[in-house]
Write a protein that binds this ligand. Structure first.
Ligand code: NAD
Length: 471
């Protein structure tokens, strides 16, 4: 069964109900409907984008400071709504309630703190040589089509909406068909304070996403799978649309022989199983030096046993379900194939009811196995023994992905190893996220363009120069 069952007006996906044209979002913990939104007809999308283009002219005519003043009061309103929107998020996506509310709170606080950061990043800069003085501007691009996934169903839209609007663009958002309700609720709060058509939300599945890409948008901001990103990059060539693609990952964690084992285990367990492994920067592959491998595995098992799976609305639950039966079967197929190929289950495995997959730890792995190559996006921690730093680096880099990574060990040693990891973001003795102002950036097939930080904010703009000769 598909969560967020698409009740499609043209019979596109799982369930057809021509009487309602509604997209019904289903709670993955209970398989009960969580609510519904109207599906946007594909042929209405060019008109919606046309309205966004008209609204963009007046919005772009304002200075960035004027736009900032209009957007600023929205942050506190989002914060006030965090508990309500976070509860909707948990009911339709499954993550624990504290994480659902936490995600909305993080986005709402970001709305406030990021405004000044974006304004500063987009200020004109002056370049001068002996002959010319050049003003370099970060101008609006036009209409931004944002297409987002279900795993962070409020934060991912937020990361397109705020820099998109502040840069002087208008935004047409298509949230995931699995999580339309919380994205709509978040945008409803924003839209109470915005002039019409600056932010519009359309609903549907990849048909609506493809139609948005094909429409007259100027920039596509996409977060989602590598396969969809590749398709979008091809389609965007029609009209030479700008793209920002934040794609999937297969993040490695390297544990060196001089690592603090407890700190590495603490981080590895949290980052392998958080959100049931449905995180783009989940730790999916762990390479542990032979000298500490067995002790690491033993403590990893003990720490994992402390976690409680269940309905995210239940107190004490740390890990929710897979988003859908489809996602569960993708994960279980990889797991069963790995076991058939010789991987050993040292914790978990077996069956669980509903959309749940047991928290599972595998050892005895090799890169001949699909589970060490394809993105899993489920609660499976794969631990492989290594005999040298060079081998750990080679295995960590043996993937077309390059989103996040981390290295645990003595700081200087780990930092040296980190410089050899082919990922956009590498954390030493920590997760991959950087200090305030860092971009969220993927290398290799994990990204094409990126967002966040001054460098990311500028990707929502047209860079333009005006040069004057010196007298
Ligand atoms: P997905 O690619 O299946 O769908 C993402 C969105 O794109 C949805 O709204 C979907 O309807 C739409 N879509 C699908 N195919 C499309 C197409 N051809 N044209 C236009 N729109 C299309 O991804 P998902 O299953 O929703 O999310 C999980 C994936 O997202 C994982 O691969 C994960 O790693 C990735 N992700 C990456 C980041 C990051 O920051 N790099 C963050 C979150 C999730």
């Amino acid at each position: 069964m598909h969560i967020g069952t698409l009740v499609s007006y043209d019979g596109g996906m799982t369930t057809i109900d021509t009487t309602t044209n509604e997209l019904v979002s289903v709670n993955p913990a209970t398989n009960e409907p969580a609510g519904s939104v109207p599906i946007t007809p594909v042929d209405a999308i060019p008109t919606i984008v046309g309205r966004a283009a008209i609204a963009q002219k007046a919005w772009a005519a304002k200075t960035i400071e004027e736009r900032a003043e209009i957007l600023r009061p929205i942050g506190p309103k989002l914060l006030e709504a965090a508990e309500r929107v976070g509860t909707i998020l948990t009911r339709e996506m499954g993550k624990p309630l504290a994480e659902g509310i936490g995600e909305v709170t993080y986005a709402a606080k970001g709305w406030t703190t990021e405004i000044d950061e974006i304004v500063a990043a987009l200020e004109p800069t002056v370049l001068e040589d002996d002959n010319r003085r050049t003003n370099l501007y970060h101008d609006p691009l036009g209409v931004c089509g944002a297409i987002t996934p279900w795993n962070f169903p409020v934060l991912m839209p937020h990361q397109a909406i705020l820099p998109g609007l502040l840069a002087g663009n208008t935004v047409v958002l298509k949230p995931s068909e699995e999580t339309p309700l919380c994205a709509q609720a978040y945008c409803d709060v924003i839209n109470e304070h915005l002039p019409p058509d600056l932010l519009q939300v359309i609903h549907g599945d990849e048909k609506q996403g493809k139609a948005l890409v094909q429409s007259d948008v100027d920039l596509i901001v996409f977060t989602g799978s590598k396969a969809a990103g590749e398709h979008i990059l091809g389609s965007a060539s029609n009209g030479l649309k700008r793209v920002i693609l934040e794609l999937g990952g297969k993040d490695p964690m390297v544990v060196l022989k001089d690592a603090d084992i407890d700190a590495a285990v603490e981080f590895g367990v949290r980052n392998a199983f958080r959100n049931a492994g449905q995180v783009c920067v989940s730790t999916e592959r762990i390479y542990v030096d032979d000298a500490i491998h067995d002790e690491f595995v033993e403590r990893f098992i003990a720490k994992t046993a402390e976690l409680q799976q269940g309905d995210g609305m239940t107190e004490g639950v740390n890990i929710g379900p897979m988003i859908s039966a489809n996602q569960k079967s993708l994960v279980v197929d990889q797991l069963n194939e790995a076991i058939a190929d010789g991987a050993q289950v040292v914790h978990g495995g077996g069956e669980m009811d509903g959309n749940f997959v047991p928290l599972t730890i595998l050892t005895g792995l090799s890169h001949d196995m699909r589970i060490m190559n394809d993105e899993t996006f489920g609660p499976i921690a794969c631990i492989q023994k290594t005999t040298s730093d060079d081998e750990a680096i080679r295995l960590a880099n043996d993937t077309p992905y390059g989103l996040g990574a981390c290295v645990f060990g003595e700081v200087e040693h780990a930092t040296q190893v980190a410089r050899h990891i082919e990922a956009g973001m590498v954390g030493v003795n920590s997760g991959c996220g950087g200090a305030t102002g860092s971009p969220w950036v993927g290398a290799k097939h994990s990204g094409y363009g990126f967002h966040s930080g001054p460098l990311g904010h500028r990707q929502f703009c047209q860079v333009r120069t005006v040069s004057v000769p010196k007298g």
